[in-house]
Design a binder for this molecule. Sequence first.
Ligand code: CTP
Length: 244
Amino acid sequence: GTASSSSAEAAELASPSALRQPFVIGVSGGTASGKTTVCDMIIQQLHDHRVVLVNQDSFYRGLTAEESAHAQDYNFDHPDAFDTEQLLECMGQLKRAQPVNVPIYDFKNHRRCSESFRKVNASDVIILEGILVFHDQRVRNLMDMKIFVDTDADIRLARRIRRDTVERGRDVSSVLDQYGRFVKPAFDDFVLPSKKYADVIIPRGGDNHVAIDLIVQHIRTKLGQHDLCKIFPNVYVVQSTFQI
Ligand code: CTP
């Protein structure tokens, strides 16, 4: 009867997953466009909320010994280089407010760390960052907001040379060779066409404080609406009826 259905409703409202569907933000853009900086700035400014960052890089498939021997011929910029099924599984769990173990990827050896994981806890905001996070429709569908970091290709190449030689154990000639053979063509074929799915395009990346402020403001408004639904479920119902 009425009593049992209303208690079922109450139970649903009281369950953490019903109350707190995390807000998921996708951050995409070409290699070395400044995605990480943009994510760090958003995380910093949302300090009073629980925010976690998930990198698509963590879901790179580890290379076999044979593939490793010819790593210079491997296309790390093609969608197939990632284990998207596993990414979907992890994101699904986080959306249901369950903690997950995210793999750790080693860019020097093109392998996954077999023994260690990074534990990611449930949170209010999940940021998913990577060159191809807008490529797969199922991954896009998880996102409440999509941001594309738009930085000129020459700036990106300059940063990539510096980063890969300093942090990823490469030499300049191999970086340039990989860029011409794989990185640039895959950017044109897969990354750039996915820009059309973005809600917001940030020119110049992390230098663009105005854009970051606007985005953080919007996220705060959205989280505020979540909170309203949590504390006053009836207000939320009235509001949605009003909108219809
Ligand atoms: N890559 C590589 N070797 C591997 C795996 C990946 O060189 N074993 C490269 C791919 O070629 C791809 C890049 O890693 O282009 C993806 O990382 P990128 O987006 O450049 O790194 P982020 O730090 O996420 O980017 P940003 O500078 O925008 O923060």
